[in-house]
Design a protein around this ligand. Structure first.
Ligand code: GAL
Length: 378
């Protein structure tokens, strides 16, 4: 029987649960199981709520399915809900999970500042909260956070542009159009800062020019170029507007900072429509998430790179955190300083993102089983 990665993790977790329940039943049972800390023996009666923002952005479908599969294999009851990027809908879904007795809520928030009241309801019922990928702000009732290093994601995008254009070697000036993520998404702030801390010095020195004028003066001004709900079609129309307004008479865009793949997809469609040709005519274009359409675009020369976050690894880590919370064990974290949510510094587990270009699509995405070769026409 070949064990896929997911099955292997579940087997390991199941074994750990079984061992723990045996140990838990022995006469030497330690008395440090905190009140409310369910033993593994009744995992089957432990409900875990999984609240994802939307199905309309590819990655969240993978995140939700993987985490649900792992938790079910470990014996938990699960409630996986998608909120169509509607904050009120997500709040209602969370209230339902709490009323159904969820012991742990895993939440990829839509608006990181909108969950204070419902998380108080969770805390009042003794439910624990794990912020998934996106930090939840302005609430003391966020117990843990798991994500990829979001500043690093932006840094990798900025550094890719810096290298691709030879900026460190004094090359330039180049025409740059920067974009940022959804203004209600706490991650988008980190993505932009990571990239802009690399690129803004070149804007200041004139090696990067922004003909549209949409160059935030400081990291904090990032929302001025934010794309609400990360919508591809909004990014596409913004790119079209900039091309029509600032790129007449043969002037060409040479580099676009896109914080993720859904924006990059819309931007690429606008570049296509404006007559840009894949290859040397096509601007350096960044992305994030290794969405399938964007990987195909990379292979066709319509996107330069994506920052890949193996959502399976994030799910594996969060499933482990859930288990540790339920069993009242110490929860694995590796960052207890960075993520101040306005009420507390949330103990966090950070995973490492990695750059994928057309040159390592096979070794990174196919050999790891994230995509099959046939998915990508390889
Ligand atoms: C971010 C997430 C990214 C990005 C975006 C749209 O919070 O970290 O992976 O794709 O949302 O889903």
């Amino acid at each position: 029987m070949t064990l896929t990665r997911t099955k292997l993790v579940a087997v390991v977790m199941g074994a750990a649960l079984a061992l723990a329940s045996v140990a838990g039943c022995s006469s030497t049972r330690s008395n440090n199981t905190p009140a409310g800390g369910a033993t593994s023996a009744n995992a089957a009666s432990t409900l875990v709520g999984i609240a994802m923002p939307t199905k309309s952005l590819e990655r969240w479908n993978r995140d939700g399915a993987h985490l649900e599969e792992l938790l079910k294999k470990a014996g938990y009851q699960t409630s996986l809900q998608y909120a169509d990027n509607k904050v009120d809908q997500q709040v209602t879904q969370l209230q339902n999970m709490i009323n159904q007795g969820a012991k742990v809520l895993v939440i990829a928030s839509i608006d990181g500042k909108a969950l204070g009241p419902v998380l108080q309801q969770a805390a009042d019922k003794g439910a624990k909260v794990i912020a998934y990928d996106r930090l939840i702000n302005e609430s003391p009732n966020v117990d843990y956070y798991a994500t990829f290093d979001n500043y690093k994601v932006g840094q990798l995008q900025g550094q890719f542009i810096e290298t691709a254009l030879g900026l460190k070697d004094g090359k330039g000036p180049f025409n740059l159009e920067p974009f940022a993520g959804s203004p209600d998404d706490n991650n988008a702030k980190f993505f932009f800062s990571g990239a802009w801390d690399v690129l803004n010095p070149y804007v200041q020195s004139g090696k990067l020019v922004v003909p549209s004028g949409k160059a935030p003066k400081t990291d904090a001004d990032w929302t001025s170029i934010g794309i609400q709900e990360w919508k591809s079609e909004t990014a596409q129309s913004e790119m079209q507007n900039r091309i029509n307004s600032f790129y007449a008479g043969g002037k060409k865009i040479q580099v676009v900072l896109s914080p993720n793949d859904s924006l990059a997809l819309g931007i690429a469609q606008a570049l296509d429509a404006a007559g840009y040709k894949p290859g040397s005519d096509w601007p350096v274009l960044t992305g994030q998430d290794a969405d399938k359409a964007n990987v195909l675009n990379m292979l066709q020369g319509k996107q330069s790179m994506t920052v890949w976050k193996d959502t399976r690894a994030l799910g594996d880590e969060v499933a482990k955190m859930v288990d540790q919370v339920v069993k009242g064990q110490t929860v694995d974290v590796n960052d207890t300083k960075t993520y101040d949510n306005g009420k507390k510094v949330v103990p966090t587990y950070l995973l490492a993102p990695q750059v994928v270009t057309k040159d390592n699509v096979k070794s990174a995405l196919v050999d790891s089983g994230f995509y099959s070769a046939s998915d990508l026409g390889l």
